[in-house]
Design a protein around this ligand. Sequence first.
Ligand SMILES: [Fe+2]
Length: 288
Amino acid sequence: MSTHEDPAPDSPQAEPTQSGITRKTLLRAAVVTGFAVPLLGTGAAMAEERSPRFTTAAGPGGSPLAVTPECHDGDAPTIAEIEGPYFEPGSPQTTVLQGSNSGTHLVLSGVVYGLSCAPIANALLDFWQADSGGNYDNTGYKLRGHQYTDSQGRYTLTTIVPGLYPGRTKHIHVKVQAPNQPILTTQLYFPGVSQNSGDAYYDSRLLVNLSGSNATYDFVLNVQQNPGPPNPPPPPPPGGGGGTWVAGHTYKAGDVVTYNGSTYVCVQGHTSMTGWEPPNVPALWRLQ
Ligand SMILES: [Fe+2]
């Protein structure tokens, strides 16, 4: 098995803002308290266009964070990193990774936000990582799994602390995708790991906040959001046709289905199966 990961194509990454209370902070507070918040200004501050690049924000409970910045209005999205050689499509949908019973227990949780700091429901997160010995399961789905954020944009992953392998510090790979939006591919790192400083891909903006066996990390996706409701519901499924995607069904090219509030068109006939949900297999389903 190779342990090589290609050089990071990293690029411009905006610094976190140093401002205090912002629209995003208010929106976030509104999510917590359930209050509506009068919005300041327009969407101009979040209108900048970037490549599909995402970045970090963070932190449980709105408390100040030492390393990972809060989700502030105008923040750059969570930075992208290389995929590496070990991603496998078709991971099982689970919040408890297979193989997480062997190693140092870790629960990773957080929120997926858009550019307005409103949480994103039904965002896809697909995690993969090495086991405690630094090995990836390249024949099965041990320590691989995907899940969707809940109505408040939250995710929780039960796993283990990944091991080291030559040339890399401890890291967890993840792809994050809001419905109908580009995929962010990135990695998360752990504080206090001596190998961080020697890892060419390590970036402190991707550090989790670690407390015992609990780690938190909030993603900010490069997704423009209507600054109205703090938690916009997913679009309703279209009336009349196709129905909801199900596993074990034979689909033909041109079939239209809905999945997690999004509409997909089948581009290649196949029999569906768990793990091949439309967002995971662009070769089979195209977003409409
Ligand atoms: Fe890796």
